[in-house]
Design a protein around this ligand. Sequence first.
Ligand SMILES: *[C@@H]1O[C@H](CO)[C@@H](O)[C@H](O)[C@H]1NC(C)=O
Ligand SMILES: *[C@@H]1O[C@H](CO)[C@@H](O)[C@H](O)[C@H]1NC(C)=O
Ligand SMILES: *[C@@H]1O[C@H](CO)[C@@H](O)[C@H](O)[C@H]1NC(C)=O
Ligand SMILES: *[C@@H]1O[C@H](CO)[C@@H](O)[C@H](O)[C@H]1NC(C)=O
Length: 426
Amino acid sequence: MTPFALALAVAAAAAPLARAGVYPIAESMAGDNFLQGWNWPDSFYDNTTSGEVFWYGTAEWNNSQPLIYKTARNTTIMKVDDTSTVVANPWHTTKRFAPRLLSKRAYGVGTVWVLDAIHMPYGCSVWPAFWTVGPDWPVGGEIDIMEGIHHQAVNQMALHSAEDGCYAPQTNQALMTGNWGSHNCSIGYSYGSGCTARDTDPASYGAAFAAAGGGVYVAEWAADAIKIWFISRPNVPAALTANAKTIDTSILGTPTGYWGNKDCTFTRYFGPQTMILQTTLCGVWAGLASTLASNGCPAYPSGEDCYTTYVHGDGSNYRTAYYEINYVNIFSAEVSTTPGVEGGLPADGPVAGNNNLGRQQTTAVTSSIMTKSDGATSLVPVTVTQNIPDVSAAPTAAQSARSRAESLVGSAFAFAAFASIVAALL
Ligand SMILES: *[C@@H]1O[C@H](CO)[C@@H](O)[C@H](O)[C@H]1NC(C)=O
Ligand SMILES: *[C@@H]1O[C@H](CO)[C@@H](O)[C@H](O)[C@H]1NC(C)=O
Ligand SMILES: *[C@@H]1O[C@H](CO)[C@@H](O)[C@H](O)[C@H]1NC(C)=O
Ligand SMILES: *[C@@H]1O[C@H](CO)[C@@H](O)[C@H](O)[C@H]1NC(C)=O
């Protein structure tokens, strides 16, 4: 045996991890360490889906009512602000705070992303998503692992590519337990609905998810396919734990959603994916009146819209708009050196380590001026008060125009969501 052959033999004998479907842990976010793998945006309005939220940025961590905190049972709560009173105004410059987290590192083929939660946000106007996005959207592609609005009956998954050439043929139906939805993943097709799949298990979303004790979402990007599983709590394999050193996706059975590489060369249409966990309100999908009836919500009162009906007021509409997370794990051969996409700031604010994840308790902040810039576009100056919301000055005409223009800004997620609606209506 040559040294080279010997080395190969040793490597083979010592490499159970090389077996297809088995991946070692790369990053684990849970308990005191939950925040360490994430960036978060500055306190900026939701410029991707035009949701009626300001992202919960570093400046908000010092407020008295944390939106992200650890519970006594080591779970992480990540919730929409349900305690501040928001006074609606015609310019929509008052909004509600909601958290958005973006993974610090982006991962490519050979990765499994896992979210174990016991509660996920739901309710009229509420739009949660656990998804991944590549660089320079839409060029880098997008994987929607969990997404929905209002009291949607089941989870909807989707893939999106920028160019034509990425498909999910109906023959995929035989390879998945969910319902295959559409075949052309490119954003140029059918309003960019993407190639979708819907779970058949009501416990995959909303109140039924929580009633079953939650569950686990697993998304695998392997050389042969992208696969997504949802596993309701009673069926979660014992091997899937926060501390698991590996994951073997072969034990998970038939995936809920399946997209094969032979119909979409993922390394061509998808770049390294940044994992995102967020909740927005209203916006280009959940804000549409046409989505209400089919998702268990009443029509808006005459003259009202999503913003004035739900976001406005004392926040009591949002008592169920929270994640309670056991852990988020990323499995891959190694910790990625590829930074996540823009839209997040380095985690230079709160430091993990105490019961509210490092957030310092101070007296209630009654007002904070949010004048933020994204470089190309400045947000209109807004006064957002945590306890006594008010607008100190009406926007000028120019600012209103800019605000309207900004509200038209789309994104992958937004466009995809809008397209999903259109597709669902077709
Ligand atoms: C939070 O409060 C601490 C202490 O009051 C202060 O040093 C820190 O700069 C504050 N952080 C932010 C982001 O305002
Ligand atoms: C929470 O996690 C810490 C370690 O991060 C552990 O010491 C503690 O026992 C855990 N508490 C509970 C209630 O599980
Ligand atoms: C898929 O969508 C693209 C638009 O991006 C279009 O050019 C192409 O013809 C579509 N393919 C089929 C088979 O419909
Ligand atoms: C959206 O806001 C973020 C800052 O939170 C910024 O980095 C990004 O460039 C903005 N995107 C658009 C399309 O305006």
